[in-house]
Write a protein that binds this ligand. Structure first.
Ligand code: FAD
Length: 308
């Protein structure tokens, strides 16, 4: 119920204005988003690298409605790739296709994505295409397959809550595509997605096994100790090397688990979002965990800075 309400509120422009203009909530958002520019994101990336983790930088933004905004987003991504290379950061980029203009037409968006992946390939880097709500699943997969036909420097995300994901994985593995497996962050109807968490978890484990056995380098993006335990156990049983896959977690979430995996010799990548358009991302994080909402409410009414 609460998750549904928060995901609905994420669409409210009034709430967005109120939350993003309030200095207390801006400070609280820093727990999940290190800053509004590339500089603090690079600083956060350096700290992660120092702690033995790679990163993926996400310039926040989605559902742009003008070509100018989409082109600006594309330039910001190529600049982020240049900066990562220039500063010797161990990291790649993650982007959303509606930020690059998917709502403005697939041909336009495909060309935009091509420009970013071309730059990534020139720099020996990689672009991860995030998966958005189910309205965009087909379009995203079409764009990724087109881009993948030209360059290995692109991969995408599959959401375990969707019934279709097993089939999508089969197709993506057929073209050698690298996949990030997640549970899924949007509100989807039971017609297309498992409504019960236990079924999402069971599907995550099923799909994780397919990915780890594929011989392609994939990512398991979760903070759930049960999913992580299942993956490490399966990899050990199947003698899959720790270097053949990575765990991914979000900036500011379960940093204890991130360090513990590094200490055990696993590869960990931290997803670092930055930019001014942090409201929908912030709301999805609140929706994932009621304790985050309590933390938010406590600090907001206290009017102080976040304590954790
Ligand atoms: C690197 C990365 C990239 C992602 N990319 C996408 C994407 O492209 N598309 C998409 O739909 N989703 C994406 N997600 C989000 C994902 O789908 C889930 O919504 C999110 O990861 C929460 O699920 P979970 O697997 O961590 O497990 P859950 O079952 O939700 O949580 C398990 C435990 O993890 C901890 N936890 C989880 N979320 C939080 C939080 N917000 N704050 C504090 N603790 C938390 C808690 O301890 C919780 O008990 C991504 C997630 C990660 C880590």
């Amino acid at each position: 119920m609460l998750r549904t309400l928060l995901l609905e509120l994420a669409k409210s422009s009034r709430l967005r204005r109120w939350i993003t203009s309030n200095s207390a909530t801006r400070r609280m958002a820093h727990r999940f988003v290190p800053g509004e520019d590339l500089a603090p994101a690079i600083e956060a990336a350096r700290a992660c690298n120092k702690a033995g983790m790679s990163v993926s930088l996400d310039h926040l933004g989605e559902n742009v409605i003008t070509r100018e905004d989409a082109e600006r987003a594309r330039t910001e991504y190529t600049q982020a790739l240049d900066r990562i290379a220039a500063e010797g950061v161990d990291g790649n980029v993650s982007l959303k296709l509606t930020h690059l203009g998917l709502d403005l037409g697939e041909e336009f968006c495909a060309e935009q994505l091509r420009m970013v992946t071309r730059r990534a390939q020139e720099l020996g880097n990689f672009v991860r295409v995030d998966m958005e709500s189910s309205a965009y699943t087909d379009g995203t997969l079409r764009m990724v397959k087109l881009a993948r036909a030209e360059s290995p420097a692109v991969g995408t995300v599959i959401q375990a809550y969707l019934y279709r994901s097993e089939e999508d994985i089969r197709e993506l593995l057929g073209i050698g595509c690298r996949i990030r497996l997640v549970k899924g962050a949007y509100k989807e109807p039971s017609r297309i997605a498992f409504p019960a968490k236990r079924d999402v978890d069971a599907n995550f484990i099923r799909l994780m096994k397919t990915l780890l056995q594929s011989g392609i380098y994939h990512a398991l993006a979760t903070h759930d100790p049960k999913m992580i335990e299942a993956a490490t156990r399966f990899a050990t049983e199947q003698k899959i090397s720790q270097d053949n896959f990575e765990f991914q977690m979000l900036y500011g979430i379960r940093t204890d688990l991130q360090s513990s995996l590094v200490r055990q010799g696993y590869r960990v990548r931290v997803y670092i979002p930055f930019g001014q358009d942090w409201f929908p991302y912030f709301m999805r994080r609140l929706a994932e965990r009621p304790a985050n909402l309590m933390f938010f409410a406590r600090n907001f009414f206290r009017g102080g800075a976040p304590s954790a």
